[in-house]
Design a protein around this ligand. Sequence first.
Ligand code: UD1
Ligand code: CA
Length: 490
Amino acid sequence: MNSPTGTVRPAAVIVLAAGEGTRMKSSTPKVLHRIGGRTLVGHAIAAARATGPDHLAVVVRHERDLVAAHVAEVDPKAVIADQDEVKGTGRAAECALEVLPKELEGTVLVTYGDVPLLAADTLHQLVEHHTTSGSAVTVITANLADPTGYGRIIRGGDDAVEGIVEHKDATPEQLAITEINSGIYAFDSDVLRSALAEVTTDNAQGEKYLTDVLAIARAAGRRVSAHLIDDLWQTEGVNDRVQLARLGKELNRRICEKWMREGVTIVDPDTTWVDADVTIGRDATILPGTQLLGPTVVGANATVGPDTTLDGTEVGEGAEVKRTEALLAVIGAGATVGPFSYLRPGTVLGAKGKIGGFVETKNARIGDGAKVPHLTYCGDATIGEGANIGAGTIFANYDGVAKHHTTVGRHSFVGSDSVLIAPVNIADGAYVGAGSAVTGDVDPGQIAVARGQQRNIDGWVARKRAGTKTAAAAEAAERHTPDAGEADQS
Ligand code: UD1
Ligand code: CA
């Protein structure tokens, strides 16, 4: 079947994910561990989906409900196939065929849920090779310096593939073969269906091997091909946490390289972590120690970092975000954030706005050009355009029972060290005097001053702090002569 772009599409992809993954030593199923912000099976599904199949099936068994729920979340159109107690990759594929339409025709791909670096491009090339060579089965193979554990590719005199022999079933001569089975295949659907019916569990592991399909197809006079690839990372599965970290690092290297080739400056890819679902605009600069996570979007010409973590956050064009932690926040074009800012969910900073040092925000809409520059907690607030929030202002949103909202109007000015006790409305064009504890609304044009009146008590220091350096300083100042201990006449 041909897609509009002329590339060949498979009828179905089957992702095998029923295995247990005991070497992870984890209460989380192996395929639900994450690299690059996606689960292992999430990566496998994304590559499978990119081939444009009519059907996508994921075979589950171990921690069935958890894996099935996750699959439904990442790809609602995927169908779940339950593997029964018969073991082996062949049985897994057979269980998938049972949930796919009986009349399915054309190419069926089989991939693994724990091989996260397999690229969609490679699957396209596999389908292309399989179709143009007229093969009944095409298997992706690789040459490994140490092929221990893998199935070996058995080639005939004419170099055609005759079959695959598992490590545990191999003769010493076969063990010397370095070309291995990746476990990723393209099958003609009829050949897969009929051959699997013939596969037995008569082998060293008592499993129904998918690999046996190749020899059966070959014996039936069909063509079986190998699609040899050089990029070994793409065939590597995750079995333990060491491999998880290794593949996670390599995936990150590939993602950073992709963005650099798209025109993004990444000063130090070794300390920059970018998830698979991130997008970054041209001429953006990512400084060392930065993590861009989830579906974060960084606009063109923006600068992010150093030492910044953005998760599900949108950074507008030309914005600057320095030494910041942000989750589910939106930062407007040309805005500046940091250093040492903490943006929590629901923060929306307008164009050219500012969130400065040691400021925490949550569920706060901060208008265009508005500034929250220093040492502030701003929760459950709406701040109008051009407003200025003085240093040390606290939006007291919680009364111990419920959260309340605060509004500060356009071009209003809140003096330093104020507490705005929600619910409260400061109108457009209003002032709050520094050090106020505001409990009532402020109308346009008003200044609210809500603090104790200043009292100055003469002679207090001389009476209550006699003999101290403070008292001496006061006395010297009153005489308008410099204190002896402080002045250094030269
Ligand atoms: C399999 C291949 C081997 C190949 C290797 C590549 C067979 C018989 N052997 O080895 O030739 O070199 O992969 O990694 O196919 N799975 C199921 N149900 C099962 C068993 C496995 O869904 O009953 C899934 C696993 O979750 C995993 C994949 O199939 O994603 C491979 O299973 P694994 O046990 O790692 O591979 P082997 O059988 O050892
Ligand atoms: Ca096995």
